[in-house]
Design a protein around this ligand. Structure first.
Ligand SMILES: *Cc1c(COP(=O)(O)O)cnc(C)c1O
Length: 374
């Protein structure tokens, strides 16, 4: 689907950046009309900004949803969405091995307000079905973190609707280019736009797309008061990222699959977790990103392997130009009360790889020399 630019004022080809906190009114009457809700003039950038609005319209059309909201981070999109849907005493069902901070939000902060989160194996449809009666919200991430497990979103959305349970999917891994969960009956899609949508590892931002009624409720009851708005500058960076998103995703897919396939043949690699190497018949993915995991064979010294890499860099996050590695053991040893890597038994022999946009043969040379030497 094509999402082309509308025309901007004075013929600007790039959307103008409205770097302003407030928007003044021409007359007393125009201010009255706006506050009554009769016009949609911008008032204050915590609540709305024209540069952000251009972005919202694009992401809404890309995900084929009715409305969208933008936030200062992916976690702000996730927490605003969750808090707009639940109240004290409610139960949330969440698939295992979601993004670790989403897990901590559900296990820690939500529990403080009497909202109980229950974690279920996302590949077990019967287990999901059994937890749904009486739940308020089902939180999904497909593919999920570390194991890259896909959930049967079509079947799950149907079960959730039958039980009156609202569904959220974290779609950061696939981006709207390779997966559009709203088409399958999912209610809300969240993105860490810090990843592929920004695409250059220079912004932290979040986006959310869904029905007009869900987004309007959130905008009326939650978002203005939590105040985690996206700035106009960062909206402009995301708009720039969107222009090349399909091209970048194509390259991440090609390089990622090539490297995943070679690693799956490598004697020092025990297992590769890549959705393209274990295709599910229910998969909604139209393509694959560059993020996947490997489990190293017993003899490989993991710190030595990581330190021997020179193109791949050690770091959290992903989605930009640079290729990255994240060792599971570091996550497992992370301090803090709630740790999904520990709770769900992620193997300390796993490494998460992000295959960036560099020359794929350079990336392969880097990985093979590090595997040979470690
Ligand atoms: C990074 C990430 C998030 C959190 O997004 P931030 O922009 O860092 O707040 C959520 N989900 C997934 C899958 C992520 O990778």
């Amino acid at each position: 689907m094509l999402v082309h630019d509308e025309r901007h004022s004075k013929g600007a080809i790039a959307p103008p950046i409205y770097q302003t906190s407030l928007f003044s009114f021409d007359s007393y009457q125009s201010m009255v009309d706006r506050f009554r809700g009769d016009t949609d003039q911008s008032v204050y950038s915590r609540v709305g900004n024209p540069t952000v609005s251009v972005l919202l319209d694009k992401i809404r059309r890309l995900e084929q949803g009715e409305a969208a909201a933008a936030f200062s981070s992916g976690m702000a999109a996730i927490s605003n969405a969750i808090l707009s849907l639940v109240k004290s005493g409610d139960r949330i069902v969440c698939v295992k091995d979601v993004y670790p901070d989403a897990y901590r939000l559900l296990r820690g902060l939500c529990a403080r307000f009497g909202i109980i989160a229950e974690f279920v194996d996302g590949s077990d449809l019967a287990a999901i079905e059994a937890t749904l009666p009486g739940a308020t919200l089902l939180y999904l991430e497909s593919p999920n973190s570390w194991l890259m497990q896909e959930q049967d979103l079509v079947a799950i959305a149907k079960l959730a609707r039958a039980n009156g349970v609202t569904t959220i999917v974290d779609n950061s891994w696939a981006s709207p280019i390779f997966q559009k969960p709203l088409q399958s009956g999912i209610d809300l899609v969240v993105h860490s736009a810090s990843k592929y949508i920004s695409g250059h590892s220079d912004t932290v931002a979040g986006l959310l797309v869904g029905s007009r009624s869900l987004i309007e409720t959130m905008n009326a009851e939650v978002t203005p008061y939590l105040g985690a708005k996206l700035s106009a500058q960062e909206a402009a960076l995301l708009l720039r990222g969107l222009r090349t998103l399909p091209l970048r995703m194509q390259r991440h897919q090609e390089s990622g699959l090539m490297i995943a396939e070679r690693l799956s043949q490598h004697a020092r690699v025990k297992r590769v977790f890549h959705p393209g190497l274990a295709r599910k018949d229910y998969s909604l993915l139209r393509g694959y990103g560059g993020l996947f995991s490997i489990e190293l064979a017993g003899g490989v010294d993991i710190p030595a392997f990581c330190d021997a890499l020179s193109v791949f860099r050690l770091g959290v996050s992903w989605g930009g130009y640079e290729s990255l590695v994240m060792p599971a053991e570091v996550s497992i040893n992370q301090a803090g009360e709630h740790n999904s890597a520990v709770d769900f038994g992620v193997s300390p022999r796993m490494i998460r790889l992000f295959v960036g946009l560099e020359n794929p043969e350079d990336l392969w040379t880097d990985l093979s020399q590090a595997l040979a030497g470690a």
